[in-house]
Design a protein. Sequence first.
Length: 145
Amino acid sequence: MFIIKKITAFETYTVRQEVLRKGKPIETCYFNGDNDSTTTHFGLFEDENIIGVVSVYKTNSLLFTDEIQYQIRGMAVLENFQNKGYGEQLLKAAEKFCWEEKANLIWFNAREKAVSFYSKLKYKIVGNSFDIPDVGIHFVMFKRN
């Protein structure tokens, strides 16, 4: 049994570090905008243990002209819980929040290895791949409401 609930930015760091910043200091898990009033963080819990996180930022990308945009960042599920549908549930909770906030568009920078996951959930790539130093190849992906 799992539940998804709102959490603080700080509560995302352990999962972000384990999945997205493995071997790097905890300070690298803080993202610009984490503590903005327009940012919301979600945690996925199984038996009261946090196993997945996602953060939603009300911020626009210059690649899109849509008025109300939200960016998803820090999407991560602990390795032992991957490929079990948890990531999809977490993403759907983030999407539901964005659409309820009247978003016209959701966008994010997807790691190369996650593109197929997001594509199955109807996200599309825009533009070419790009490299984030010390992290890897990414693609901008988006979905409109």
